[in-house]
Design a protein around this ligand. Structure first.
Ligand code: SF4
Ligand code: SF4
Ligand code: SF4
Length: 320
């Protein structure tokens, strides 16, 4: 991004928090080893502060690290990350008072995969990528080329309802309004339109490529069970061999476990090395929860977790 003001403000605030002893750790992003990537930076060392970056490639959901860190943490949070933090607070997994949330009003994260396809270039051939309002400027061999942002942002970002963190202590830029694009539902709608047997065949094909690496589970901030059901042996819920049927069951159960806590951050889909369109499941579940219970995960830390309470008006007689 050409505008470095958010990054500068972050470095200033994070440095002050460490020097003043207000936090034990800063959790943010630094440049990754590959072009147009970032990697999480977790540090106690003030000398690392100048490595912090904010750019359109801050893909991870850093809330993932909160449960592993002891002490007070200053954490960089985009809108969706802040919702995951709120969800963890609601589940009593993290204590709000132990956090300083450095909120980033977010303009969306660029999918390199989409961009490379649209520009018909490998990222190695691209010199620079910058974001300007609703356009993404790609510099190839010294020539600028404009691409519509709606074509190259991740689908989860095109559906983002809360780009400005709902929960923060320090806001690092001007609040941003949501600009939702129907492109975000393209894949979900395509699947919904298929007859059931074709939809089944679609997932058979997709989950045949799953190696059960668990990158999806491990990148998800709210997939936090100490022992995941897939690793239980008594009883053994699913076989450990990655056959497509078990892989699919793994994702179906994972989705049910995350209902009412998934914020559609998209981190699981981005982490999948097999490019399996996991968001077609997670977003569908997100919409079902919203339709049935008018509940959007991580938007109000004062609310009880969805699955921990009921209302007399809830659908389904079994609860009364
Ligand atoms: S979902 Fe929203 S807050 Fe999260 S990365 Fe995308 S635009 Fe930013
Ligand atoms: S990240 Fe992809 S390949 Fe790995 S377990 Fe999840 S769905 Fe399977
Ligand atoms: S299931 Fe995926 S989209 Fe939902 S919160 Fe976890 S990482 Fe984010």
């Amino acid at each position: 991004m050409k505008d470095r003001s958010v990054e500068q403000k972050l470095r200033g605030e994070a440095g002050e928090l460490l020097v003043a002893g207000k936090v034990d750790y800063i959790v943010g992003f630094e440049r990754g080893s590959l072009k147009f990537t970032t990697t999480p930076l977790i540090t106690k060392d003030g000398n690392d502060i100048n490595r912090l970056v904010i750019n359109p490639f801050i893909t991870s959901n850093l809330a993932k690290f909160l449960m592993e860190l002891k002490g007070r943490v200053g954490i960089v949070a985009k809108g969706c990350d802040s919702r995951s933090i709120v969800s963890l607070i609601q589940d009593n997994k993290v204590i709000r008072e132990n956090l300083v949330i450095l909120g980033v009003p977010c303009s969306g994260i660029i999918s390199l995969h989409k961009l490379e396809k649209l520009a018909a270039r490998d990222s190695e051939e691209i010199r620079d990528i910058t974001r300007e309002d609703d356009r993404v400027i790609v510099n190839i061999g010294g020539e600028d080329r404009e691409l519509p942002a709606a074509e190259v942002l991740f689908d989860s970002c095109l559906a983002c309802e809360f780009p400005t963190p709902k929960e923060y202590d320090i806001l690092l830029g001007e609040p941003r309004a949501a600009t939702i694009s129907q492109n975000a539902w393209k894949n979900v709608k395509k699947l919904e339109a298929l007859p059931p047997e074709e939809r089944w065949y679609f997932w058979e094909k997709e989950f045949s490529r799953c190696t059960r690496c668990y990158a999806c589970r491990n990148s998800c901030p709210i997939c936090f069970c100490q022992q995941c059901f897939v690793e239980e042996t008594e009883p053994q819920w699913i076989a450990s061999v990655p056959r497509w049927q078990e892989n699919f069951i793994f994702q179906i159960i994972r989705n049910i476990h995350l209902a009412g806590r998934c914020t559609d951050c998209g981190a699981c889909e981005r982490a999948c090395p097999a490019n399996i369109p996991l968001r077609s499941l997670t977003r569908k579940m997100y919409d079902i929860v919203d339709d049935l219970y008018q509940f959007k995960a991580g938007t109000d830390k004062g609310l009880a977790p969805l699955m921990a309470h009921y209302e007399n008006t809830d659908p389904g007689d079994f609860i009364r």
